[in-house]
Design a protein around this ligand. Structure first.
Ligand code: BDR
Ligand code: CA
Length: 315
């Protein structure tokens, strides 16, 4: 029997790979109902990420989506950005027209709090695709919402792969480790898509050409984003393509069977400068600390790209 679509809030810092995640969600109304999208500072500043989120909604033909601007800097640190990966706008590659759909006047954190208080307990899933600043700020301001969340499915961290912004840390967790620490300690059911998974979801010529072959504007733009995004990782890792990190989060909501992982304890390093933002993942169960996350380790990459391409083809 088909379940009703899951209600989700996407918290995002686009980012070309965030764009793939948002398009996948907006193309999948039978699986997910997007209640709203909250932008956060991360890959680039908030002025860019809220604009980019609106561009992506318009590209998907969904200008009625509600987009909110959230926090413009981490809880206790200076913002670190990633223009070297995503370009000056965060969404470099194809030329995009400026969005005309409005930015909501409510703050993104207030939207998260209000939505969780309004919707029935256990009915809303949060999907963070960037630093966890908005989510943790909402938890600090309104602790009553924590127990109302169905699940958090997030992209962040790494264990076997190590880090991508430092040897120890993945970008999203590194940027706001205090926020990540709050989220990982909150007791909310967590599903984590670390670099161990996303570095297996690599674009290749054939996969990018499959986007282009859709023959639509979305297909062309997706291919051009992938082309732009690839150059950095291919040079860095010597791989044939780039990891599409963030759509793993949405793909999990649609096809959880594509992913394999373990229920383990994961803690965030906040003290050390050397390993700031490391996800200390007890994969081998050596600490005796209770599990707080389903930490994923692998993905069926062909199944993932088939799903993504099929759904992009709907837009
Ligand atoms: C994460 O960092 C960002 O650059 C990507 O959008 C993704 O969310 C990967 O480390
Ligand atoms: Ca992101």
């Amino acid at each position: 029997m088909q379940h009703p679509p899951r209600k989700i809030i996407i918290d995002t810092d686009p980012g070309q790979d965030d764009a793939f995640a948002i398009l996948l969600a907006l193309a999948s109304p039978e699986d997910v109902e997007v209640l709203g999208l909250t932008a956060v500072a991360g890959n680039v500043g908030l002025n860019w990420t809220e604009r980019n989120t609106r561009i992506i909604c318009e590209l998907a033909g969904k200008p009625q989506m509600k987009v909110f601007a959230g926090c413009d800097r981490p809880m206790r640190r200076d913002l670190v950005t990633a223009e070297h990966v995503h370009g000056k706008t965060g969404l470099d590659g194809p030329v995009m027209v400026e969005p005309t759909m409005p930015l909501q006047s409510q703050h993104g954190v207030d939207f998260i709090i209000e939505t969780l208080r309004r919707e029935p307990t256990g009915s809303v899933t949060l999907c963070p695709l960037g630093p966890l600043t908005n989510i943790a700020t909402a938890f600090v301001r309104a602790p009553d919402i924590v127990g109302r969340i169905a699940q958090i499915v997030l992209m962040g961290g790494g264990y076997f792969e190590g880090g991508n912004i430092t040897p120890a840390a993945e970008f999203n967790i590194f940027v706001d480790p205090e926020a990540a620490d709050i989220v990982f300690r909150a007791g909310v059911p967590l599903v984590v898509m670390p670099l161990d998974v996303t570095h297996k979801a690599l674009t290749s010529r054939a996969r990018v050409e499959a986007f282009r072959a859709l023959g639509s504007t979305v297909g062309r733009v997706a291919a051009e984003w992938a082309d732009f995004f690839e150059r950095f990782d291919m040079e860095k890792y010597g791989s044939d393509g780039a990891p599409l990190h963030d759509p793993c989060v949405i793909a999990y909501l649609i096809r959880p069977d594509l992913f394999k992982g373990r229920h383990i304890n994961v803690m965030i390093e906040t003290q050390s400068e050397l390993t700031r933002g490391m996800t200390v993942a007890d994969w081998w169960g050596v600490t005796g600390r209770p599990a707080n996350a389903l930490f994923m380790g692998s993905v069926d990459a062909n199944g993932f790209f088939d799903l993504l391409t099929e759904r992009l083809g709907r837009l």
